[in-house]
Design a protein around this ligand. Structure first.
Ligand code: ATP
Ligand code: MG
Length: 388
C-alpha cells in the first residue's frame, strides 16, 4: 500500500503576503531533512506538505524528523488511495484494521477539500464509520475523546486515510526571521535558548569559548554534541570555537577578583559580535535567566549589555530552572548538558562576585587590560566546525 506523510503547516497560514516565501523556505527545509533519511518525493498543496517515499524508505525516521521541523504543526502517516468511497472503506479496513482491533471507541473525521467529490464530509464519515462498525463489531463510535480517530481526507490528487496525528513542534521555519549567534556553553540553559529562538524562525550559528588546559577536550566534545542535538531542530549549524585562556588569565592577573566574571562576560559578548558579523548574524542569543547567578542580576546584565550593539535575545530570562529543564528533556539535550565537565565560566569563579556592579567601576577595572588586542587574538584563533 502506498503511504505518504502529510505535514500540516502552522503559523504560516496567518502570514498574508509573506506566506508564499515562508512556504518555499519550509519546503526547502523539509527537502534537506528528508534527504538525510532516504529518497522522497516532496511537494506542497493547500497548506500541506506531502512526503512520499520512493521505494522502501524508513518512514518512522521520516516521521520523527518531521515532528522536529519548525513551521509544521501536525504530522500524519497516511495510506493513499483512489477517490472512490468503496476503495476508501477497504483501505481504512486494511490499513488501520490491526489498530482498530486494539481499541473499543473510535470516530471517523472526514474532510473533503476537493469539492468535486460527490459526498459531503459528514456523509463520508457516516459511510466509512458504518462500514468499519460492520467489519469490526466490537467498535463503538464515540465523538468525544475516542481512543482512535480515523481521518479521511479527499484532496485534489487522491484520498488519504490515516489513524494517527502527531503534534509537530510548531513555530516558524528556520531562517524566516534571519540568523543569530548563540553563545553555547556546556550548560542546560543555552541549548534550550537556541532551540527557543530557532523556533521563532532564526537560523543559528553558535560560538563556544574554551579555556584549554583548564577545560578539557571532553568539555569541548560535549558542546559539539549539544550543537548537534539542537541542529536536529535548527538545521545545519556552524560552531565557532574560541580560545579564551589568555583573556581569563589576563583578567585574573590584572583586575579585582569580584569584577572577574562581569568583565569576562563583556569580553565574550564583544567576541561573539565579531563572530556574528563573520557569520552574517544580526543578533546574539544567550541562556541567561534573571537572578540565576551573580552575572545574571539586572545590574550585571546591564553591564554586559553595555558592550553590545546587536540585539541580545535571552528567551530564558523569565523562566524557572525547572521550566528550562523540562524543555531540555523534551529536546534531548538534558543528559548531555548534565555531564560533569568544567565550563570556562566555572574555572575562574571569584569567591564573592559583584552582584550589583556599577558600569563605571567595571570600565575602570577593564581598562587595565588590552581589550582590543585580546579580542583580536581570540578572533584570530577561532576554529570553525559544522554540525547537522
Ligand atoms: P548555561 O546553562 O547555558 O551554561 P548558566 O546558567 O551556566 O547557563 P552562565 O554560565 O552564567 O549561566 O552563562 C550565561 C550564558 O552565557 C549562557 O547561557 C551562554 O549563553 C553564555 N555562556 C556561558 N559560558 C559560555 C561559553 N563557555 N561559551 C559560550 N557561551 C557561554
Ligand atoms: Mg554555564
Amino acid at each position: 500500500m502506498q503511504e505518504v506523510l502529510l505535514l500540516k503547516c502552522g503559523e504560516l497560514v496567518l502570514k498574508g503576503l509573506n506566506r508564499y516565501k515562508f512556504e518555499e523556505k519550509l519546503l526547502r527545509i523539509v527537502h534537506d531533512r528528508m534527504k538525510k533519511i532516504g529518497r522522497f518525493d516532496i511537494w506542497s498543496m493547500q497548506s500541506t506538505i506531502y512526503v512520499e517515499p520512493q521505494g522502501e524508505q524508513d518512514l518512522d525516521a521520516a516521521l520523527d524528523a518531521a515532528t522536529k521541523i519548525f513551521g509544521i504543526n501536525s504530522v500524519s502517516r497516511a495510506a493513499v488511495c483512489e477517490k472512490d468511497i468503496e476503495v476508501i472503506k477497504k483501505t481504512a479496513e486494511e490499513y488501520l484494521g490491526e489498530k482498530l482491533k486494539g481499541v473499543t471507541t473510535y470516530k471517523v473525521d472526514a474532510k473533503r477539500s476537493d469539492k468535486r467529490f460527490p459526498l459531503t464530509s459528514p456523509r463520508i464519515g457516516v459511510e466509512v464509520g458504518g462500514y468499519l462498525s460492520d467489519v469490526f463489531p466490537h467498535l463503538q463510535a464515540k465523538m468525544d475523546e475516542p481512543e482512535m480517530t480515523v481521518m479521511v481526507e479527499i484532496r485534489d490528487k487522491a484520498a488519504y486515510v490515516s489513524g494517527e496525528k502527531l503534534r509537530g513542534v510548531g513555530g516558524m521555519p528556520v531562517g524566516s526571521n534571519g540568523r543569530a549567534m548563540l553563545l553555547l556553553s556546556g550548560g542546560i540553559d543555552s541549548p534550550v535558548a537556541g532551540y527557543m529562538m530557532a523556533k521563532r524562525g532564526l537560523d543559528l550559528a553558535a560560538v563556544h569559548f574554551y579555556s584549554y588546559p583548564y577545560t578539557s577536550k571532553e568539555a569541548r566534545d560535549k558542546v559539539i554534541e549539544l550543537a548537534d542535538i539542537v541542529s536536529n531542530y535548527s538545521g545545519k549549524m556552524t560552531v565557532l570555537l574560541v580560545p579564551f585562556t589568555e583573556i581569563q588569565l589576563e583578567i585574573s592577573k590584572k583586575c579585582k577578583e569580584d569584577y572577574f566574571t562581569i568583565i569576562m562576560r563583556r569580553m565574550m559578548m564583544r567576541i561573539a559580535q565579531k563572530g556574528a558579523e563573520m557569520q552574517h548574524c544580526g543578533a546574539l542569543i544567550t541562556g541567561e535567566s534573571l537572578g540565576q547567578v551573580a552575572s545574571q542580576t539586572m545590574e550585571a546584565l546591564g553591564c554586559t549589555q553595555a558592550v553590545c550593539y546587536m540585539p541580545v535575545f535571552r528567551p530564558a530570562i523569565g523562566m524557572d530552572k525547572e521550566e528550562i529543564i523540562d524543555i531540555a528533556r523534551k529536546i534531548g539535550t538534558f543528559e548531555t548538558s548534565s555531564l560533569p565537565y568544567e565550563d570556562c565560566c566555572t574555572v575562574f569563579t571569584p569567591r564573592h562576585p559583584q552582584t550589583k556592579p556599577r558600569l563605571q567601576k567595571v570600565e575602570e577595572q577593564e581598562s587595565r587590560i588590552d581589550v582590543d588586542g585580546l579580542v583580536e587574538r581570540a578572533v584570530a584563533g577561532i576554529e570553525k566546525i559544522t554540525v547537522g
